[in-house]
Design a binder for this molecule. Structure first.
Ligand code: SAH
Ligand code: SF4
Ligand code: F3S
Length: 440
């Protein structure tokens, strides 16, 4: 029996790609093992979004140099594979397969080459019309499933590698998406997450011709689904119809992730984000005017080249204005091939670090306040796990907040995958604590 081990870095798209890769490997006769030591084939599905992410795979690979000659094979998949291509064979000579995400549907033939002893198997073509569709995806979570609706990205944000690592946008046919969602609902999944680097630019290539809002509405109507989420929304393509569809369909969760990157229009302009602060705020108003109580989260980059102290303060004031429920924040990282590396006035690591700390402190205060406002409210949670260290169950609210709670029977209660109502009793910056009500 041939065995493989896979480790995944990066975003949900990568996590889901790995599920599809695992399904493909299993259907090709491989079986998955839990450690690289046990495996004949070790795969890393990599991320290149920031320098630190890219370094991870090379540090993993260097720790395995000594396994050379023991018959173990190494493969690099994903965004670093696409970005570095055959250079990976020079940097890490024990790697014998390098495959980017646009070539995963060729994996069966690439595996044949690998098994035949080819030392440099590559799948690096980007100009594909195909999307990676497989009936074999092996999903880890029995209740929540990812579905890819669009691959690649046609934007050209000045700092970002994704257009190079994932290629041009390709939308999946709506029938295929809806069939997959129906099949998942029939097999017991209750939560679906629709994935794409920019879900808002979804354009159905089939005669149905759905746009993203209409696709959302169709997915929301599938019997058996209780929660539908989607990520990521690019503000430029975010239309009011999306909020209208959410208003009509309670199955769509109370959460929109709308990455802003900066609160300064001048910086947004240099980032080539294609919207101004005012245009972004208009979208925030649509969301806040909804009948639903929609949580808003975002991504921020601090220290983009040329970001002045005044620009940075505009980002801080945007945080005050929007009152995000949560955010991811990053120091700008120079990435190969991106236009931003040629810009003037790169900031020092120290200054970027200083701004990041200030931003995160400010947001921490906002989150403490916003979470405290929920004390006393009743929240429906999907139970996602049990924390043995604290003896608490872990649930997630529709707004994507973590809510921990105890149950008299502890782990024996077997609540995984259930939907419960909980009253919020305490709150912290990153999570809530509650007690279940009307437990049956
Ligand atoms: N498609 C998504 C973003 C995917 S990358 C979107 O457009 O919103 C996730 C986040 O990583 C980005 O939102 C951005 O905040 C961050 N990021 C991307 N490139 C980066 C870089 N070079 N340095 C620091 N952060 C970066
Ligand atoms: Fe990157 Fe911009 Fe595309 Fe998002 S929209 S993946 S930040 S280029
Ligand atoms: Fe990373 Fe590629 Fe996702 S660069 S964030 S794994 S699209």
């Amino acid at each position: 029996m041939k065995t493989f081990y896979i480790e995944t870095f990066g975003c949900q798209m990568n996590v889901h790609d790995s599920e599809k890769v695992i399904g493909t490997l299993v259907s090709e006769g491989y079986s998955q093992v839990d450690t690289p030591e046990e495996a004949d084939l070790v795969l890393y599905n990599t991320c290149s979004i920031r320098d630190k992410a890219e370094q991870k795979v090379f540090s993993r690979l260097s720790s395995f140099k000594r396994d050379l000659g023991k018959g173990k094979k190494f493969a690099v998949l994903g965004c670093v594979a696409q970005q570095e291509g055959e250079r990976i064979f020079e940097k890490a000579p024990h790697v014998s397969m390098v495959v980017g995400s646009a070539s995963y549907n060729k994996l069966p033939e690439l595996l044949v080459q690998l098994e035949a002893g080819n030392q440099r198997v590559t799948g690096l073509n980007l100009d594909t019309e195909d999307t990676f569709e497989t009936p074999f995806a092996r999903r880890d979570n029995p209740h929540r499933a990812y579905i890819t609706i669009i691959e690649g990205c046609d934007k050209s944000c000045a700092y970002c590698v994704v257009p190079f690592t994932r290629g041009p946008e390709r939308s999946r046919a709506s029938e295929s998406i809806l069939n997959e969602a129906r099949m998942l609902a029939e097999s017991g999944y209750t939560e679906i997450q629709l994935l794409g680097q920019n879900v808002n630019s979804y354009r159905d290539p089939s005669p149905a011709g759905l746009d993203f809002a209409s696709l959302l509405e169709k997915v929301a109507q599938i019997p058996g689904l209780r929660r539908v989420r989607f990520t990521t929304s690019h503000p430029r393509d975010f239309v009011k119809e999306i909020v209208d569809v959410m208003d009509r369909n309670p199955v769509l969760c109370n959460h929109i992730h709308l990455p802003v990157q900066s609160g300064s229009t001048a910086v947004l302009n240099r980032m080539q984000r294609l919207y101004t602060r005012d245009e972004y705020m208009r979208r925030i108003e649509w969301i806040k005017n909804s009948h639903r109580n929609i949580a808003i989260t975002t991504d921020i980059i601090v220290g983009f080249p040329g970001e002045t102290e005044a620009d940075f303060e505009e980002t801080l004031s945007l945080l005050d204005e929007v009152q995000y429920d949560s955010l991811f924040s990053f120091k700008y990282s120079r990435r190969p091939n991106t236009p931003a590396i040629a810009l003037d006035d790169h900031l020092s690591e120290e200054e970027k670090g200083r701004r990041l700390t200030i931003l995160q402190e400010k947001q921490r205060g906002i989150q403490i306040r916003r979470n405290a406002e929920l004390i006393g409210s009743i929240q429906e949670v999907l139970v996602e796990g049990f924390n043995r260290a604290t003896g608490q169950w872990i649930g997630r609210t529709s707004q994507n907040r973590v809510l921990n709670f105890s149950h008299p029977q502890g782990e024996e209660a077997n609540l995984l995958g259930r939907y419960l109502d909980a009253r919020v009793t305490r709150s912290g910056p990153n999570s809530l604590v509650g007690e279940p009500v009307n437990l049956v």
